[in-house]
Write a protein that binds this ligand. Structure first.
Ligand code: ADP
Ligand code: ZN
Length: 708
């Protein structure tokens, strides 16, 4: 079974080996068992049902919640030569009937459906009259009411267990938590399903979180090292999305806005452009994401803080689906914390709900202020233990300095207290630094005992300290008012001197800027750029001709491998990961041409030599070869001599000389002592009888003989 699966993997998909648990999952489902698959984004879930679908008789039915995703998968399968179709409301009645007919004739292998469509009684009875290979339920967490993607239609999928008792079902999701997992099993009636849990680590993503100072400038410097890469920039508000998109465009970064306030057509158009074009930046609210299967998103940048680690993981997870290096970058500051806390406070919902949300936000803040490996902290939140620091996040790479902030923290807290617990950070810093300005004088704060006690730190250090006090819950934000700070109950032990406080020292912007040119920007090295662009141009052209996104033709990883391994024949091309039989047939030559164009000149000589050797072996005389290759006889002799020297050709094959004449020439060469004379040196002796080129060849043969 697995052997057959391997063959399909190579022939159809062009891949050499299964990733992670794919092999075991495929075996389970192909043998008729149920499975629950939890795998992170980019882990390779699709193959887990596509390969068994090809291994089993009958129609495979795939349930997917989003039309855009279905179309993408159908297009991808189509390019691989697998007959697939999607039935959805965007199709005309005629088109739907046509698909139904093709299914009945057994011409379709995989059918994609929205859940509400599948559970229609007519559809179910239609399917009951067919041979069904398997049901795959993608995005299975949509059955969970706790998640943010709940879809009531998913609840009805449980009936498949009773209606199709002998058809294997595989449910897949990238949502990790335990509660969702159990809900899926229960609600989809997957009692006997084997569970396949993968690590949720995304090893190719580099995580970096920087303190927000001048966010636009920081963003530009981050993007500067990533020109030409596709990415997503997340902002909280629609207004900010519009502004940042305009700003980036002005600065020469092609960027489009995306938020729920845009007209539907415009939004759809921007999404389509993002998928189909390369190097576009989508500036978006969180309305953008679900259903973005674009594998070569090279970075996700957050200009505002997400509400929870779940959201952060999901949003950053849209980067690097293709497994190539990608970046998750975020700028974060006190203002974010204040804003999110206020939003939470003003949101509807009961106290319990608010408390849960507050905990989630606290976990997000803790990651921002984390002093250990970010990845370890992130995975720990999802109950996954990572034994060693990852070596692939800012904290691991730059190191984190902490400092004893006990005394300054007490000063800061007393500044909050003495000023009446209603001022924002700007004013508090002015007080601590002893700035004698109108605002201070207007309220008489120059007379406070805390006025000017904090001159040991600078403004930036104070701001960093206040941010960390709030993030750690030692100070609270006045949620009704204007972001004034108050003491939190938990700060008492610190004020009383019972505990000390270690804080993270922020990196200077230039330090983090220098360190920010990480992983992704080194994907293609300078000298490879032009050929890389040529490959991408060809891919774009083919994609346009076929009406599909470029990555459907070949993913970046495949182009990159072509660039590095430089296949020069179709057979070598077939070995490149991601080149299956169908794509080899359709596109192999075109990509070989682009790869070959760069070394056309040296290659031409090699090809000519190759042909010459074949012709000589076939018995052609030098004159005939010259005519065939359209070059001079002198050139032919030159190339023959070279081929003989390199032992690609024997003298007998090259020339048809009478034996006596050959012996005479050999004697002439071997007459003297020491080095062989040149052909020209003995040329006179044979003038009129033999061509100089013949002498070259005989000499080459003697030389080859001596060298072995
Ligand atoms: P998911 O649905 O889990 O996010 P996909 O199924 O879209 O992931 O797969 C992510 C990428 O990895 C795709 O480009 C896919 O072709 C590729 N991929 C999946 N399995 C393999 C494999 N065994 N070898 C190489 N590439 C793979
Ligand atoms: Zn790390």
């Amino acid at each position: 079974m697995l052997e057959h699966a391997q063959r399909i993997l190579k022939d159809v998909f062009g891949y050499d080996s299964f990733r992670g648990r794919q092999g075991a999952i495929i075996e389970r489902v192909a043998n008729g068992g149920d499975a629950l698959v939890l795998m992170p984004t980019g882990g390779g879930k699709s193959l887990c049902f596509q390969v068994p679908a090809l291994l089993r008789e009958g129609l495979a039915v795939v349930v997917s919640p989003l039309i855009a995703l279905m179309d993408d998968q159908v297009a991808t399968l189509d390019e691989l030569g697998v007959a697939a179709a999607a039935l959805n409301s965007t199709l005309s009645a005629d088109a739907q009937r046509e698909i139904a007919e093709r299914i009945k004739r057994g011409e379709i292998k995989m059918l994609y459906l929205a859940p509400e469509r599948l559970v229609q009684p007519r559809m179910l009875s239609f399917l009951q009259n067919l041979d069904i290979a398997l049901f795959a339920i993608d995005e299975a967490h949509c059955v969970s009411q706790w998640g943010h993607d709940f879809r009531p239609e998913y609840l009805q999928l449980g009936q498949l267990a009773e209606l199709f008792p002998n058809v294997p079902r595989i449910a897949l999701t990238a949502t990790a938590d335990m509660r969702t997992r159990e809900e899926i099993v229960q609600r989809l009636h997957l009692q006997n399903a084997e569970r396949f849990l993968s690590s949720f680590d995304r090893p190719n993503i580099f995580y970096r979180i920087v303190p927000k100072e001048q966010p636009r400038k920081q963003l530009l410097s981050f993007l500067g090292a990533r020109k030409g890469d596709a990415g997503i920039v997340y902002c909280l508000s629609r207004k900010k999305v519009e502004e940042v998109a305009a700003f980036l465009s002005e600065q020469g970064f092609p960027a489009l806005p995306y938020h729920a306030g845009l007209a539907n057509e415009l939004r759809a158009y921007h999404q389509k452009r993002f998928l189909n074009e390369e190097g576009l930046i989508m500036v978006a609210t969180i309305a953008f994401g679900m259903g973005i299967d674009k594998p070569n998103v090279r970075f996700v940048a957050h200009l505002d803080l997400p509400k929870s680690l779940e959201a952060y993981y999901q949003e950053t997870g849209r980067a690097g689906r293709d497994g190539l290096p990608a970046d998750a970058w975020m700028a974060y500051g006190l203002q974010d914390v204040i804003f999110l806390k206020q939003m939470l406070n003003n949101s509807e919902g009961d106290e319990r709900h608010k408390r849960v949300e507050q905990h989630k936000l606290d976990a997000m803040l803790a990651l921002c202020e984390e002093t250990r490996c970010r990845r370890q902290a992130l995975l720990a939140y999802f109950d996954e233990e990572m034994p060693q620091p990852c070596g692939h996040c800012d904290n691991c790479i730059d190191g984190v300095q902490t400092w004893d902030a006990t005394e300054p923290a007490r000063q800061a807290l007393s500044a909050i207290y003495r000023t009446g617990q209603r001022y924002g950070v700007g004013h508090l810093v002015d007080v601590l630094l002893g700035r004698d300005n109108d605002k201070i004088r207007a309220v008489g704060h120059q007379h406070l005992a805390v006025f000017g006690i904090g001159k040991a730190l600078n403004e930036g250090e104070w701001r960093s300290l206040f941010r960390q006090l709030v993030a750690r819950g030692l100070a609270d934000v006045d949620l009704e008012g204007f972001g004034g700070l108050r003491l939190a109950d938990s700060c008492r032990p610190l004020l009383k001197g019972e505990v000390s406080l270690q804080l993270r020292r922020d990196l200077k912007p230039q330090q983090s800027a220098k360190a920010s040119s990480s992983a992704a920007s080194q994907l293609v090295r300078g000298e490879e750029r032009s050929q890389w662009e040529a490959l991408r141009t060809l891919r774009r052209k083919l994609a346009e001709e076929h009406g599909v996104p470029p990555y459907v033709i070949f993913p970046d990883a495949t182009l990159l491998e072509m660039l590095r391994s430089k296949p020069s024949t179709l057979a070598e091309m077939a070995r490149v990961s991601g080149v299956g039989a169908r794509k080899l047939d359709r596109y192999g030559e075109a990509f070989l041409d682009v790869l070959g164009a760069a070394d056309e000149a040296p290659r031409a000589v090699l090809d000519l030599r190759h042909e010459l050797v074949s012709l000589a072996r076939a018995g052609m005389t030098p004159a005939q070869i010259a005519a065939q290759l359209k070059c001079s006889e002198k050139n032919v002799y030159g190339m023959l001599a070279e081929a003989i020297t390199q032992q690609q050709l024997s003298l007998e094959h090259a020339l048809d000389l009478p034996e006596a004449l050959l012996a005479e020439i050999q004697d002439a060469f071997l007459d003297g002592e020491g080095e062989l004379p040149t052909a020209a040196a003995i040329g006179e002796q044979f003038a009129g009888r033999v061509e100089l080129g013949v002498l070259h060849c005989v000499r080459a043969a003697l030389q080859a003989e001596f060298e072995t």
